[in-house]
Design a protein around this ligand. Structure first.
Ligand code: GLV
Ligand code: MN
Ligand code: MN
Length: 413
C-alpha cells in the first residue's frame, strides 16, 4: 500500500485546465515563448504557489518551486518536466510530469508531511525546441550543457533567443547563473507519458525507464538548377526536390529495411522557390536518427553521407550535409530503475522496463544528478498529436508512483 493517496480528480482537473491554454483547432499550441506558453507558465506558477511552494524563475526561464525540508541543509530532491508543446501537440506530453509533481506536493501538504530533503518542482522551459530548433534548453541550461551555438540560434524569421527569454522572466546575459552543480540535487524524478505503444499494448500500467535514446539531427541541402517547368526537357533537369525525394525514401529504408538504427525520420522539407511552374533549384530536408546505441547512430551518419554523395553523382546536384545535433543516449542506473520498480510494487502496480524513444529533460539533468523516469501508457501509442491521450486512471497511477518514489528516496538518500 502506498503511504498516502494522491488526489486523482484534482490532478486530472489541473491537466484539463492547463490543456485549455493553447488548445486550438488541430492540437495543443504552447510553443515555448508564445503567449499560450506564457499563459501555461502563469497557470503553473499559480498552482505551485497554492501548493505552498516558494517560486522563482531562473535566468534560463525555468520555473522552480521549492519547499523546505526538515533537514534543509540536504540537497533537494526535484520532480518535474515541461509545459511547452510542439505545434499541434497533445495535452499530456510534459504537462503530466509538472501537474503530477504539484499534486505530489499538495498531497504532502494535505498530510502535513515534511520531507527530510528540500523538495523542488521544476517546470523546464523549451523542452521541445520548436522555435529555435534547439531542444532541452531549460534543462541543459541548468546542467551546464548549453552551448554558444544554442544561444546564437535564430528562429525562422531571424530573431534571437534574448528577447524571448526576457518575455518569460529569464536573462540571456546571465544564463550561466542557471547552472547547478553536481551534488546540489540529490535526485531528479520525471513522470511522463510513454509516447509509444508498448505499455498500452501490454496493458502494464507503469514503465520503468531503462535509458533515454540518443539522437542525431541533420540538415541536407541540395543545389540543383531552377528552370522553367514547361520548357525544360526532362533529360536536362537538375531538380533539387526530386533528389530530396530520393533521399527521403533512402533515409526511411535505413531503419525500416537496413536496420542500421532503430528509427529514422525525415520530418521537414523545403523546396525553393516552391512554385508549381518552377523546377526547384534548391531543396533541403531535416532528418533525424534515434537509437540508444551510439554506434548505430554513427553508422547511420556514415550511410547518410554515402547516399548523399551517391545522389550528388547520380543526379548532378550539389549536396551538403550539416550535422546539427548529436545527443548522447543516457542510461538510467540499475539502482534508480530498482527504486521506481519498488515504488510501483508498493503502490500495487505491475511494471515493466523499457527504453525511452523520446527525449526528456531528465537526460540533461542526468549530467548533474541521479535521475529516474516513470512512464504511463499512451493510448494507441500516439503523441505529438492532438490525439495524444492517457487515461485519468493511468495519469493518477503515475502520480502515485512519483509520490512513493520521492518518499523512498527521501528515506534513503
Ligand atoms: C521530444 O519531445 C522529442 O522529440 O523526443
Ligand atoms: Mn514532446
Ligand atoms: Mn515531453
Amino acid at each position: 500500500m502506498p503511504r498516502y493517496s494522491i488526489n486523482a480528480s484534482r490532478l486530472n482537473q489541473t491537466l484539463e485546465e492547463l490543456g485549455h491554454l493553447g488548445d486550438s483547432p488541430g492540437g495543443m499550441d504552447r510553443v515555448a515563448y508564445s503567449p499560450e506558453d506564457i499563459a501555461g507558465r502563469d497557470y503553473t506558477i499559480k498552482l505551485m504557489q497554492q501548493a505552498g511552494l516558494d517560486t522563482r524563475i531562473d535566468t534560463a526561464g525555468n520555473i522552480i518551486g521549492r519547499r523546505a525540508g526538515s533537514e534543509d541543509q540536504r540537497p533537494a530532491i526535484a520532480l518535474g518536466s515541461h509545459t511547452d508543446t510542439v505545434p499541434k501537440g497533445g495535452k499530456y506530453d510534459g504537462a503530466l510530469g509538472v501537474m503530477a509533481a504539484i499534486e505530489v506536493v499538495l498531497t504532502l501538504k494535505d498530510q502535513g508531511h515534511q520531507t527530510r530533503h528540500p523538495l523542488e518542482v521544476i517546470s523546464f522551459t523549451n523542452e521541445e525546441g520548436t522555435r529555435f530548433h534547439r531542444w532541452l534548453v531549460g534543462s541543459r541550461s541548468m546542467s551546464g550543457l548549453l552551448e554558444q551555438d544554442d544561444l546564437d540560434a535564430k528562429d525562422d524569421n531571424g530573431h534571437g533567443l534574448g528577447p524571448c527569454l526576457a518575455d518569460i522572466g529569464g536573462d540571456i546575459s546571465r544564463i550561466g547563473e542557471a547552472v547547478r552543480s553536481p551534488g546540489e540535487l540529490a535526485a531528479y524524478f520525471e513522470l511522463h507519458i510513454e509516447q509509444g505503444p508498448y505499455l498500452y499494448q501490454s496493458g502494464t500500467p507503469i514503465g520503468v525507464v531503462t535509458g533515454i535514446t540518443g539522437r542525431a539531427v541533420f540538415e541536407v541541402e541540395i543545389e540543383g538548377k531552377a528552370n522553367h517547368a514547361g520548357t525544360t526537357p526532362m533529360s536536362t533537369r537538375r531538380d533539387a526536390l526530386v533528389s530530396a525525394a530520393k533521399l527521403v525514401l533512402a533515409v526511411q529504408k535505413m531503419a525500416a529495411e537496413q536496420e542500421i538504427c532503430r528509427v529514422s525520420t525525415v520530418g521537414s522539407i523545403k523546396a525553393i522557390p516552391n512554385a508549381v511552374n518552377v523546377i526547384p533549384g534548391s531543396a533541403s530536408i531535416g532528418l533525424e536518427f534515434r537509437d540508444t546505441d551510439m554506434q548505430a547512430l554513427a553508422a547511420a551518419e556514415h550511410e547518410l553521407r554515402r547516399i548523399t554523395d551517391q545522389t550528388a553523382v547520380d543526379d548532378g546536384v550539389d549536396v551538403a550535409v550539416h550535422r546539427h545535433r548529436f545527443t548522447s543516449s543516457v542510461p538510467i542506473t540499475p539502482e534508480m530503475q530498482a527504486l521506481v520498480a519498488e515504488a510501483s510494487v508498493n503502490c500495487g502496480f505491475d511494471w515493466e522496463p523499457l527504453p525511452s524513444g523520446a527525449g526528456h529533460d531528465a537526460q540533461a539533468i542526468a549530467a548533474i544528478a541521479p535521475v529516474a523516469m516513470v512512464f504511463v501508457p499512451s493510448v494507441d501509442g500516439i503523441s505529438h498529436s492532438q490525439e495524444e491521450y492517457s487515461t485519468p486512471e493511468d495519469c493518477a497511477n503515475g502520480a502515485q508512483v512519483l509520490l512513493e518514489l520521492l518518499l523512498l528516496a527521501d528515506d534513503r538518500f
